[in-house]
Design a protein around this ligand. Structure first.
Ligand SMILES: C[S@@+](CC[C@H](N)C(=O)[O-])C[C@H]1O[C@@H](n2cnc3c(N)ncnc32)[C@H](O)[C@@H]1O
Length: 333
């Protein structure tokens, strides 16, 4: 290896000068003996003594996901994997397509190095069942599925194997929180671990009733109430909203209905529990807003109430041509 040989005393200044002029070869380590230092270079350089010496190559630590996997996968495959990353606290969930399953371990290990998180899990099923949880397979790191996710200054503790949570709804939660006013009485019909209630109560002095059928979700919501400094008050309730709502003695200024596959089946309950002039934050999976608006109108029509649509938006894409849509509706007598 070609090196510039300099007396030890001049080693550092020479190194800096060569680096600044782009003359140093950064792929090898500098060597020093008792009297001289040897700095790797690509070419002969005027004014310096050049010698030929064996140097140790620098250990290349690949920081980048593509670099680690570039010999295993095509650039398109790497890009597709990268967009499937969901980081929840210090764990990462990946979607690995069927044709790359034989490389799942290499991919998991690369994701661990790249993200520097505690654990990497792979999606083993779609989100399913009443509790909206998916099967996961542990791939790399430490197999501990409990984590604390930070969102808009809130700490959200959860077990990713036991409860539903999507970091992709963070913007939607902030948007809803910003539309809430102090003093509101709110019902979250399908609260999960409580990201809507916690983010809202952290920022607004409100009274929230948070219901979920999944015991584990309510366990973590109770933890989250303790973990966060809240301005508002949250009361938790574990059960089927269709049943527990029968014992509610109050009406609500706002009802949040984030169970997009089935929320429409609970619209009659929501329309009954909403204050005159209150707002329903309604969600569903659809290719348009018309279906959701129609469903709101039908539920209100049955009891002689009216719907005023305040806002509609696409929260996220779920499959080609289908969206998780949000409809904010004011319900009036
Ligand atoms: C899509 S998740 C949404 C959770 C939460 N709102 C969030 O944004 O993370 C829907 C939640 O509804 C709960 N759920 C499903 N059916 C329910 C019912 N009949 N009554 C109450 N909760 C229900 C599930 O356990 C799940 O936690």
């Amino acid at each position: 290896m070609k090196c510039v040989k300099v007396p030890l005393k001049q080693l550092n200044d020479t190194r800096i000068k060569l680096m600044e002029n782009g003359l140093m070869n950064m792929e090898y380590k500098i060597k020093a003996d008792k009297d001289y230092g040897y700095i790797p270079v690509d070419d002969d350089i005027d004014d310096y003594e050049i010698v030929d010496i064996d140097l140790e190559p620098m250990k290349k630590v690949p920081h980048n996901f593509s670099e680690i996997l570039k010999d295993e996968l095509t650039p398109d495959e790497i890009e597709n994997l990268r967009t499937s990353f969901d980081t929840i606290g210090d764990v990462v969930i990946l979607e690995i397509p069927e044709d790359l399953q034989d490389k799942k371990q290499i991919i998991g290990d690369a994701a661990l190095k790249f993200t520097k998180r505690k654990a990497i899990y792979m999606k083993k099923s779609a989100i399913k069942g009443t509790t909206r949880v998916r099967d996961l397979e542990f791939l790399s790191g430490i197999d501990d599925s409990v984590t604390i996710h930070k969102e808009h200054g809130a700490r959200l503790k959860l077990d990713i194997r036991e409860v539903y949570f999507s970091p992709r709804l963070a913007t939607e939660r902030k948007r809803v929180m910003e539309s809430v006013k102090d003093g509101e009485k709110i019902l979250d019909m399908f609260c999960g671990i409580g990201p809507f209630p916690i983010v809202i109560a952290k920022n607004r002095n409100v009274d929230i009733t948070a219901v979920d059928i999944n015991e584990s979700a309510i366990y973590y919501l109770n933890e989250n109430i303790r973990l966060n400094k809240l301005k508002g008050n949250i009361q938790t309730c574990c059960g089927d909203i269709g049943k527990v709502s029968k014992s509610f003695k109050t009406k609500f200024d706002r009802i949040i209905m984030n169970l997009p596959g089935l929320a429409y089946t609970f619209l009659d309950v929501a329309v009954d529990l909403i204050e005159d002039g209150g707002i329903i934050n309604y969600y569903e999976f659809s290719d348009s807003y018309e279906q959701g608006i129609k469903r709101l109108e039908v539920a209100c029509g049955k009891v002689g109430k009216e719907v005023e649509i305040i806002n509609t938006r696409k929260v996220k894409s779920t499959s080609p041509g289908e969206w998780h849509v949000a409809i904010d509706a004011r319900i009036k007598k």
